[in-house]
Design a protein around this ligand. Structure first.
Ligand code: GLP
Length: 260
């Protein structure tokens, strides 16, 4: 298998986001109805802000179809921290997009298990994800695939690790309000995307990024599955790249520090 890994260390998280947003705009120029996988969390926010700037400059995203990675189970319908609401707030409304083009697993529509099963079929029916934006958890999770998740996993109902639940409690008024269950695309589902675009910033992510790109490929670090994918890009700020050793990586860092 030919692998393509483009790793870029940018001057800031905003520059990393703008770089990925620009590459997404090239994809959409070439394919206006591209299917783009979207992530929540703080990491991808600069990508959506970058896309907003590009839309203001004339980029047309109106035909794009968006698929979310995951959703909490157990929140009331319309809760502001549900990933449907978060993505509408940080992506759909600011960019003037049609919310009907955003697919998010809806655990209220049927049993969460049936919703998970149907979600994989929805992605396939849409033609498959062309580019999947990924953040990374401090424990190496992608989507809500926690350490120990098999690489052949599909979209399913699963539990958040206590670490992730604690990390995400900052969005809720208390830990007890923070959901412990979710529907998430599996590692196999994510890996079917044509291109995986990981974005990370901050020193809290440095160890997870290094384990994902340089560590052993195994289920202890779900993001190490990226090493098995033929087309991956990684956009980092200097802090998230602190533990990346280019010699160990075995590929040249394609754009070293991008000065302004
Ligand atoms: C959540 C999401 C992940 C995301 C992670 C990291 O757990 N399910 O998709 O990558 O948070 O979030 P942040 O970018 O805020 O650190």
């Amino acid at each position: 298998m030919t692998r393509s890994l483009q790793l870029a260390i940018h001057a800031s998280a905003d520059a990393a986001g703008m770089s990925l947003a620009t590459r997404i705009s090239h994809l959409v120029d070439h394919r206006p109805d591209a299917i783009i996988g979207v992530a929540t969390g703080s990491s991808p926010v600069p990508v959506y802000q970058g896309l907003k700037r590009l839309v203001s400059a004339g980029l047309d995203l109106s035909q794009v179809v968006w698929f979310a990675l995951d959703e909490y189970v157990g929140l009331p319908v319309g809760h502001r921290e549900s990933y449907r609401c978060v993505l509408e707030r940080i992506l759909i409304r600011p960019l003037g997009l049609d919310p009907a083009r955003l697919h998010v697993p809806d655990p209220h529509r049927a049993t969460p298990e049936d919703v998970a099963l149907a979600y994989d079929q929805e992605i396939v029916a849409a033609g498959g994800v062309d580019l999947q934006i990924l953040g990374i958890g401090a424990n190496g999770h992608i989507g809500f695939n926690e350490p120990g998740t098999p690489f052949d996993s599909h979209t399913r109902v699963t539990e958040l690790s206590s670490r992730t639940r604690l990390d995400n409690a900052r969005f809720f008024s208390s830990l007890s309000e923070t959901p412990g269950m979710c529907v998430t695309q599996g590692i196999a589902t994510i890996s079917k995307a044509g291109h995986l675009a990981l974005i990370a910033s901050g020193k809290a992510k440095a160890a997870a990024v290094a384990a994902a790109l340089l560590g052993d490929v195994n289920e202890d670090c779900p993001a190490s599955a990226l090493q098995l994918h033929p087309s991956v890009s990684v956009d980092l700020d200097p802090e998230a790249a602190l533990l990346i050793d280019e010699r160990k990586l075995g590929v040249a860092i394609s754009a070293s520090i991008n000065g302004h």
